[in-house]
Write a protein that binds this ligand. Structure first.
Ligand code: ATP
Ligand code: MG
Length: 199
């Protein structure tokens, strides 16, 4: 690198550092964050569980609610239950080709009652509400009730809500919203969902 280029690079990095330092200095609030991870790409549930693992690794108390239960076993559950993370899993296993709306609503409602307990529990630091967006888009749960519970949860409690097509009221309430974009997916090339990687 020429001396000029190197000096310019140094100056740019110095300015960047000043900007970042100022923003770090300004961000002093400490409170529970509501994060929504949505979009059509792969990685929403994985990211949710990644954050739960991060919290548990720091000795924090986590709880997981799965609004859609696959027919396969869940590797994250097998691991996290060893660390006493409670799981609430929707009993009937809602499917995409839902045949029985009444049964699905009942199961969603029962799972939500467990979620509500976690969201009211001061001792829980982080709650993962996996695939909850579908419960709202299918109108299985009342969006205003869900929003109210999230808004009234303990101030220190983190919540991660995942699923495609997040309801506007949920993203409005959220502090952090990430959209995972699908660039390509192995499934489209005929690769099936595989243990240890997809579940
Ligand atoms: P993951 O659980 O792998 O983080 P996800 O939570 O982002 O995925 P979901 O919409 O919940 O995605 O889908 C669950 C299952 O569908 C997973 O087995 C995942 O690998 C697969 N999947 C995710 N995105 C896609 C996609 N764009 N095309 C096909 N299959 C997908
Ligand atoms: Mg998912």
């Amino acid at each position: 690198m020429s001396v000029d280029k190197e000096n310019n690079h140094k100056k740019r990095q110095q300015r960047l550092k000043e900007t970042v330092d100022a923003r770090v200095e300004a961000a002093q609030d400490e409170r529970g964050v509501l994060q929504v991870i949505t979009g059509n790409g792969k990685g929403k549930t994985t990211a949710g569980f990644g954050t739960v693992a991060r919290a548990v690794g720091h000795g924090k108390k986590a709880a997981v609610v799965q609004f859609i239960k696959g027919s396969w076993d869940c590797g994250e559950r097998n691991l996290l239950e060893k660390f006493d993370v409670p799981f609430a899993v929707m009993a009937t296993g809602f499917t995409w080709e839902t045949q029985n709306r009444e049964a699905d609503i009942k199961a969603a409602e029962e799972t939500w009652q467990q979620a509500k307990k976690f969201l009211a529990d001061e001792s829980i630091d982080i709650v993962l509400l996996d695939e909850i967006t579908y419960m709202l888009s299918y109108d299985y749960l009342n969006v205003d009730e869900v929003i109210e519970c999230l808004a009234n949860r303990p101030a220190h409690q983190f919540v991660i809500a995942t699923g495609r097509a997040a309801h506007r009221k949920l993203t409005d309430l959220a502090d952090t919203v990430s959209e995972v974009k699908n660039i390509k997916h192995a499934f489209d090339a005929g690769v099936k969902a595989q243990v240890g990687f997809d579940y």
